[in-house]
Every structure is written in structure tokens, then in C-alpha cells.
Design a protein around this ligand. Structure first.
Ligand code: ZN
Ligand code: ZN
Length: 187
């Protein structure tokens, strides 16, 4: 999901350990690989707006349900979102709520808000989680059936699994309950 990919470009969540949304070109690559349609300026102003939106959206992970509602409604209202079914490129009918020529940060915010709408109205905000790896700032939206996903990436799952394995090998007491399950929930 694009909002999660965007959220996890911060330095504390990337494989490289650096902020991967650090240039208009990097933003362009992210947008292109995500299949975003519509206006893209690829300039510093747009980059600054998208970076600010990234922080705003990341903050929603730390809000309770009522506070998340207020934030989501504010994103939708300030963009004057107008839901419309559209069909473009190879895609069948789907929902857009901003004009294709609206600024990229605004369109990203509205698309994310629509995803949050579904999570909130189905009372599934517990699926908005921080990565369980203590050294990672990654976020995840767990859409798995049993809501068991704990890590933002396979990389984090493998790393934590290795740490648990070493602790057990060092003669610990068998590790915390469930530690052995980590291999199973990297998906
Ligand atoms: Zn579309
Ligand atoms: Zn992680």
C-alpha cells in the first residue's frame, strides 16, 4: 500500500539507513513504481509538501480512533475531496477523490485518508502498527486475515528471528513465549 511505502522511507525504517525521500528524483521513482497517475512536478516545492504529508500520515499511527477520525476528516476537507468513480489506463472503475491536476501531496493525503476511512469504520485501527523490531521506525498496515503481522518487512522479521535464535543458543531460558513464531509471520 502506497501510504505504508511512503511512511517507511524515513531513515529509521530503510535498509540503507538513510532517508530515501531526499530528492525530487527519489520521489519521482517512488511515485512511478507505485503506478501513480496524474500531475507530478518533480521539484523541491513538491518534495517538501510530500515530506510534510509523510510526517502527517505517520502520526496517524500513534493516534487513538477518535483522534484519527479528526485528522482523516481534516485531510479530506482541506483537499475538498469529492469521491468519483474513474477508469483510466488498464484499471477498472475505482475511486478518486481529487482532481488529477491537484498537487501530488494533496492527492497522496486523500488516497491515504480513504484507506484510513476503511480501517476506522470497520474498527480495525489495531491493524495500524509499529514494526515490532525495537530498532526500526517502520510502520505497517496489517491486512492479513488473522492480523498477525508484526514486522514492517521480511528484513526486520529475519533480523529479530536471528537475535532470538542467538539468545536461545547462548543458554537462555528458551526465549519469550512466541519467539519461535517469528519465522511464520513475516508475510
Ligand atoms: Zn486511479
Ligand atoms: Zn521494521
Amino acid at each position: 500500500m502506497f501510504v505504508v511505502d511512503l511512511a517507511n522511507t524515513v531513515a529509521g525504517a530503510t535498509r540503507s539507513g538513510r532517508d530515501e525521500l531526499d530528492s525530487p528524483r527519489a520521489l519521482g521513482d517512488l511515485v512511478t513504481s507505485s503506478g501513480y497517475s496524474g500531475r507530478v512536478d518533480l521539484d523541491e516545492a513538491e518534495l517538501a509538501e510530500v515530506r510534510a504529508m509523510r510526517e502527517r500520515l505517520r502520526r496517524i499511527w500513534s493516534l487513538d480512533r477518535a483522534a484519527a477520525v479528526a485528522e482523516v476528516n481534516d485531510v479530506l476537507a482541506s483537499a475538498r475531496a469529492l469521491p468519483q468513480l474513474v477508469r483510466h489506463d488498464a484499471l477498472d472503475w475505482h475511486l478518486h477523490a481529487t482532481d488529477a491536476q491537484a498537487p501530488l501531496a494533496e492527492r497522496i493525503g486523500v488516497e491515504a485518508a480513504l484507506a484510513f476511512v476503511d480501517v476506522i469504520r470497520t474498527n480495525e485501527t489495531g491493524r495500524l502498527r509499529r514494526c515490532a523490531a525495537g530498532d526500526c521506525d517502520g510502520l505497517l498496515l496489517d491486512l492479513s486475515r488473522n492480523a498477525s503481522k508484526r514486522f514492517c518487512s521480511v528484513r526486520c522479521g529475519n533480523r529479530m528471528n536471528m537475535i532470538a535464535f542467538r539468545e536461545r543458543a547462548l543458554g537462555g531460558d528458551g526465549g519469550e513465549p512466541g519467539a519461535g513464531d517469528w519465522l511464520a509471520d513475516q508475510g
